[in-house]
Design a protein around this ligand. Structure first.
Ligand code: ADP
Ligand SMILES: O=c1ccn([C@@H]2O[C@H](COP(=O)(O)O)[C@@H](O)[C@H]2O)c(=O)[nH]1
Length: 208
């Protein structure tokens, strides 16, 4: 691998379908082609705080993320260096002790709610995508997912949505859409958009 990897950003609100879109794109390629770097894994480490305090963190505010580390890691990957990728545990709201040794691949997808909000991250991306899904669908998807997979109660999901998810979406995430090259309505079931993304990646890889 001689050329720098291609960096694709996949942004969008919580529950918009970023992970589903990213997964659908990855399925069109071999495991060796695309590396996914999740911004969520770069929440600031909170292991020094008791769990009760971690519950009060606003996880939708840009300050919750360690973008400095994410940027360092992306730069390393772009320079063909491996990284020790953090692992995040949503159930206990902090990084786990584990890290994953990750080698660069030809395509890097960086995925997360606020990746288009930080100009330093935007500058590193070759293609910027925003998954755009209506708020009613996003909250329904998030309710189901957070209760089933992230150990939350109905009340806690609703409370967090009203107090931090919705305000941050309106203040930071929705305005970041202006930096996208491509807007994908509805997310993971938008097969036309996913085909177009996959074709674009194939074209870029063919030229390398
Ligand atoms: N088009 C869709 N129809 C129904 N459920 C969906 C759809 N897209 C995503 N989901 C579900 O909604 C939840 C959030 O989707 P996900 O892709 O994880 O979004 P994000 O990464 O943006 O938070 C997941 O449980 C996923 O299975
Ligand atoms: O400890 C945490 C960390 C994050 N969250 C919420 O997760 C979403 C972002 O993940 P998506 O997969 O894009 O939905 C964000 O809106 C945070 O509110 C959390 O609840 N707890």
């Amino acid at each position: 691998m001689r050329d720098k990897p291609v960096v694709i950003g996949v942004a969008g609100g919580s529950g918009s379908g970023k992970t589903s879109v990213t997964r659908s794109i990855c399925q069109r390629f071999t495991d060796k082609t695309i590396l996914v770097v999740e911004q969520d894994y770069y929440y600031k480490d909170q292991s020094h705080l008791p769990l009760e305090e971690r519950l009060n963190t606003n996880y939708d505010h840009p300050l919750a993320f360690d973008n400095d580390l994410l940027i360092d890691h992306l730069r390393d990957l772009m320079n063909h260096k491996p990284i020790e990728k953090p692992v995040y545990d949503y159930k206990i709201h902090t990084r786990s002790d584990e890290v994953i040794h990750v080698k660069p691949k030809e395509v890097i997808i960086v995925e997360g709610i606020l990746i288009l909000e930080d100009p330093r991250l935007v500058d590193l991306m070759d293609i910027k995508v925003f998954v755009d899904t209506d708020a009613d669908l996003r909250i329904i998807r998030r309710l189901l997912r957070d209760i089933k997979e992230r150990g939350r109660s109905l009340d806690s999901v609703i409370d967090q949505y009203i107090n931090s998810v919705r305000p941050a979406h309106l203040q930071f995430i929705e305005p970041s859409k202006r930096y996208a090259d491509i807007i994908i309505p509805e997310g993971g079931q938008n097969h036309v958009a996913i085909d177009i993304m996959a074709s674009k990646i194939e074209t870029i890889l063919a030229k390398k």
